[in-house]
Ligand binder design. Structure first.
Ligand code: ADP
Length: 610
């Protein structure tokens, strides 16, 4: 199912171009298409209900004529019997219609959420740099809810109203074409006002959603950094910023309220005006003997039903405008083509783990004017341990990100075994090139699930890790003992962002997560600075074990790691300025030697002096 989501085609819309209402309506039709059979049954039930509903005034009129004018008792009883049948049939069919269309709405919500999430998962990393997580989670929650509930209700109500409108008009015309013409004259006037209203309301709704996403983003940012807010006693200014965002939303919503109430009043006025008009003319027709009193009563009931349908359709427009605003936002994300495509690339039989950067030039898409890597080239042989060293901000982590194809360099190449990183099947490569970052992210799943992240059956792996393999990886990562000491062992839940575990424990699970892949290339951001001495020793021991039998890139902070590396690359301002072993570089008396001299006791990548 995820694959289906991933393969979603575009709607013929170019990036940065707004969807037209027609395209969005087509998108909704496309999303509802898998349930077309349910929609069909719902429509049949709806049509049946509309016909039954239209028969009610007819038998009421007949009943009145038989009772009050013709005084025919048996005919009157027959009319009442018919009336009871159509009333019951109407209720049954309405139940079927409502149930079926509600199911369509609920299934639509499911489909939209799944497809949207699938689309988010395939976007390139720079997309997440550009779009805040607040906006994305608002799309996933608020917009999908608005879309599916408004569209779900909309399908039901719209279908009902349209069908009823059609059938009632037909019955009205049969009762009296003169009165029908009079009734229908009022409609075009209402339609014009509706169109104007729809256009303005929809634009406003889009604006409201954007503002809400911004406010949500502010709140999320603050909540995730609550310790910083508390530490600086910045609650008041934070609340003020949040309130100001809410006020922006409020101003727009106040406008929406004014628009909606005016429109609702208009929607009530038009049909009531039509009623007076029909009674005036219809009464005249009865007086001249053109129609019976029963037919006039039937007609008034039809007219009431017609007016109710028109009013409901008007409300539908509002709901649809809400839905369309959300659909536009959701569709934009759902159909966004990632700039870095994970094509079905090659999966060679042998992978040695030779790595090469050739004349790489790179700037982050969010900061296109700041050159981060400038003509960077180096080669690393299989099995070599390479330490990247340099001042903070020099571009070391960026090199690691390019090796993982989070970003694509503007010039130059990133090669594995002589082949461009983009030529490989992404999922295949991610099992051979593993990464342990500075701040490992654990998810609110069990420890086992966190260790085998990306290697579960759904991930399409060739071989799902066995319990023995999981334990072996955890032993190597110095994690097995603390995991088994927990009450639920490998089934212990890690909590949101791994809150139940200490920094060192998280780090060791992250190491196990990399080792379980038996990677040919391992990328380590050696982060032990935030750990206490005992945790650091355990993590360090695990990291040292990782260095064997594979190509390793390590952003080295500790002198001991740097000394054991086969080669040291000194990166500064995005350029490779020195390369060699620890001893060679010391002898060269260059930047590296001065770094070592200056920071013999501490980490090597202290912030660059300004
Ligand atoms: P190092 O790992 O050597 O400390 P980085 O590779 O993290 O250096 O950063 C190199 C430069 O790129 C810095 O100026 C940093 O501000 C910038 N940078 C890092 N990540 C991003 C990002 N996601 N978006 C924009 N600029 C970034």
């Amino acid at each position: 199912k995820l694959e289906e989501g991933l393969a979603e085609p575009l709607l013929g819309k170019k990036e940065n171009e707004d969807y037209t209402t027609k395209q969005l309506a087509m998108e909704l039709v496309r999303l509802t298409a898998p349930d077309s059979l349910i929609v069909l049954f719902g429509t049949v039930a709806g049509l049946g209900a509309a016909v039954m509903n239209a028969y009610i005034p007819k038998f009421v009129g007949k009943g009145i004529d038989f009772a009050a004018i013709e005084a025919n008792h048996s005919q009157f009883i027959m009319a009442m019997a018919h009336l009871i049948i159509v009333v019951v049939a109407n209720a049954v069919l309405v139940t079927c219609r409502g149930g079926l269309f509600s199911v369509v709405g609920v299934k639509l919500a499911l489909r939209v959420r799944e497809r949207l999430f699938a689309s988010l998962l395939r976007q390139e990393i720079s997309f997440f740099d550009e779009t805040g997580t607040g906006t994305l989670s608002s799309r996933l929650q608020a917009d999908t809810t608005a879309l599916s509930s408004s569209v779900g209700i909309y399908i039901n109500v719209l279908a009902r109203s349209l069908m009823q409108l059609g059938v009632v008009t037909f019955f009205m015309a049969r009762a009296s074409w003169r009165l029908t013409v009079v009734t229908l004259v009022v409609v075009p006037a209402g339609k014009f006002v509706t169109q104007v209203y729809e256009r303005h309301y929809s634009a406003l709704q889009k604006h409201v959603l954007t503002c809400l996403a911004k406010v949500n983003g502010t709140a999320e940012e603050v909540l995730s950094g609550i310790a910083t807010v508390r530490a600086h006693a910045a609650e008041r200014s934070t609340l003020a910023a949040y309130r100001s965002g809410l006020m922006d939303v409020f101003k727009l919503q106040a406008k929406q309220c004014a628009m909606y109430s005016g429109y609702a009043g208009f929607c009530v006025l038009v049909p009531n005006f039509a009623l007076v008009w029909v009674l005036f003319l219809g009464g005249h027709l009865v007086l001249v003997g053109d129609i019976t009193a029963g037919i006039l009563v039937s007609f008034i009931l039809y007219e009431q039903s017609f007016a109710a349908c028109c009013q409901t359709l008007g409300n539908c427009v509002t709901m649809f405008s809400d839905g369309i605003g959300s659909t536009a936002k959701v569709a934009e994300l759902m159909n966004r083509e990632p700039r870095i495509v994970a094509t079905n690339g090659v999966m060679p039989r042998h992978f040695e783990g030779r790595v090469e950067l050739k004349g790489v030039q790179f700037t982050y898409p969010t900061r296109p004017d700041a050159l981060v890597l400038d003509d960077l080239s180096f080669k690393v042989n299989p099995g070599e341990v390479v330490a990247l060293v340099g001042l903070s901000g020099g571009g070391k982590s960026t090199v690691m990100k390019l090796l993982q194809r989070f970003y694509i360099p503007q010039a130059g190449e990133v090669l594995f075994d002589g082949r461009d990183v983009g030529d490989y099947d992404e999922r295949w490569l991610k099992r051979r090139v593993a990464m342990v970052g500075q701040e490992p992210t654990l998810f609110d799943r069990t420890i086992r699930q966190n260790v085998i992240l990306g290697m579960e059956p759904e991930d399409g792996v060739e071989q799902i890790p066995t319990q023995e393999e999981i334990e072996e990886a955890c032993r190597m990562a110095n994690a097995h003992d603390f995991i088994t000491a927990m009450p639920c062992g490998y089934d212990t839940l890690c909590g949101e962002k791994g809150i139940m575990l200490s920094g060192g424990q998280k780090q060791r699970i992250a190491i196990a997560r990399a080792l379980i892949r038996k990677p040919s290339v391992l990328i380590l951001d050696e982060a032990t600075s935030a750990l206490d001495a005992q945790s650091e020793a355990l993590v360090q021991e695990a990291l040292d074990r990782c260095l064997q039998n594979r190509t390793v890139f390590v952003i080295a902070h500790r002198l001991s790691t740097i000394q054991c590396a086969d080669r040291i690359l000194v990166v500064n301002d995005g350029r490779l300025i020195e390369t060699g072993t620890h001893t060679e570089l010391l002898e060269r008396q260059g930047i590296y030697a001065s770094l070592v001299r200056r920071q013999m006791q501490g980490p090597l990548d202290l912030p660059a002096p300004n």
